[in-house]
Design a protein around this ligand. Sequence first.
Ligand code: SF4
Length: 215
Amino acid sequence: MSDLDSLAQAINGCVDCGLARSRTHAVPGEGSPQAQLMFIGEGPGFNEDQQGRPFIGPAGQFLDELLASISLARSDVFITNMVKCRPPNNRDPFPGEMEACSKYLDAQIEAIKPKVIVPLGRHALAKWFPNESIGKVRAKARRFGDITLFPLYHPAAALHNGALRSTILDDFAKLGDLLRAPAPPPETTPAEAGPVQGQAHPGESEPQSEQLSMF
Ligand code: SF4
């Protein structure tokens, strides 16, 4: 059994926060165990809760479209959420719920070791940059040790505000550019490139942009 399978098993049986009481299914996440690109949303919605799979409702269909726009499929990436169980009525996850669930996301990141993590929306962004706005830092790369963060609007934002659809498509095109761009020079060190994961500098007002070759 892989690390991810063991984690999925633990998540499916988890009762570490109140969301366990109202869920139909936990939603551990899915995709390639070797994914170099990882998407992190907020939490499962109604459809995801029913089926135990991430991003399968209308927002998921848009995410599939976005992936296809940069020649990727779900099987190329890993998709998960900050909390693995659906908050009732799709409310925002409470801080205590995100704290209780963070061990699973941290372990998934450790097992997969993606090169690029895409926080989708403000809740996922807040894991690394609690004081920054998704509208301000979206579609800009920031490097943490071996990982590059590239925050984007959550695809569901386009369902609530149709005007954001083209913005999100444009931002995904920039993600595609990032993945195709040449690698940084070998002398670049994590210390030169920026803080390591988990040591964000929340006070920084402007993220450091980088271009990396991922595939
Ligand atoms: S949301 Fe996370 S911590 Fe809470 S019950 Fe589900 S798996 Fe456990």
